[in-house]
Structure formats: C-alpha cells, structure tokens
Design a protein around this ligand. Structure first.
Ligand code: HEM
Length: 88
C-alpha cells in the first residue's frame, strides 16, 4: 500500500491523530507505534524524514509500477512483502 510511509503509518505523530478518523484505530493504544518517539524530546528530524521518504516514494512511483510477487502468499508478512517492480 502506498501509504506505508505516509500519514497512515503514524497513528499518532504529534500532529495527526488518525484515531479520530478510523474506528479500527480507536482500539489501538496511543503508544503502539512511535517511530520518532514522543513528547518534548521526540525526533526533531521527523518532519524532514517523513517528507524525504514521501519524495523518494513519489520518485519511484513515477518510474515503476508494483505487483505482489507470486511468492507472496500470507496475510502476515513476517519476512516482508515481496513485490515485483515494472518499469513504466
Ligand atoms: C526515518 C528517520 C528517523 C527516525 C525513525 C528517527 C527516530 C528518532 C527517535 C526514535 C528519536 C528519539 C526520540 C525520543 O527519545 O523520544 C530521535 C531523536 C532525534 N532525532 Fe531522529 N529519526 C529519524 C531521522 C532524523 C533526522 C533526518 C534528523 C536530523 C536531520 C534527526 C534528528 C534527531 C535528533 C536531533 C534527535 C534528538 C532529539 C532530542 O533528544 O531532543 N532524526 N529520532
């Protein structure tokens, strides 16, 4: 899913609280996923890092399409999700 590194990844990032938007996420503890930490000493580079990842993804998506690899068969991607890139 394209939003892996977008806002949807951040249940609570300090700026966006997606629990307000999704009933499913309401059940998720506020501290379940904090890649940049939380509170007064959270990551000062979080906005920069998020923008950079979005930029990199958008550059990749301008050049490639994705399909799931035929070897991907589980709903629990313990070892990552294998994808096949198709040059556009
Ligand atoms: C994917 C990229 C990044 C991740 C996952 C990440 C994650 C973190 C985490 C978990 C902390 C500790 C927060 C805490 O103690 O609560 C932290 C602190 C920090 N990060 Fe990042 N970081 C990233 C990128 C960056 C970048 C690009 C910069 C600078 C340009 C940066 C600068 C800092 C600084 C200066 C702190 C210390 C903040 C403080 O102690 O007040 N980080 N980061």
């Amino acid at each position: 899913m394209i939003h892996i590194y977008g806002e949807k990844m951040f249940i609570f990032s300090g700026q966006i609280d997606l629990r307000k938007e999704s009933p499913r996420l309401l059940k998720t503890p506020i501290n379940a996923y904090l890649p940049f930490g939380m509170g007064p000493r959270n990551c000062v580079g979080s906005n920069f890092a998020t923008i950079e990842v979005k930029l990199a993804f958008s550059m990749i998506l301008q050049r490639y399409a994705f399909t799931l690899s035929p070897s991907y068969f589980t709903t629990h991607p313990q070892h990552g999700v294998q994808i096949v890139l198709h040059a556009l």
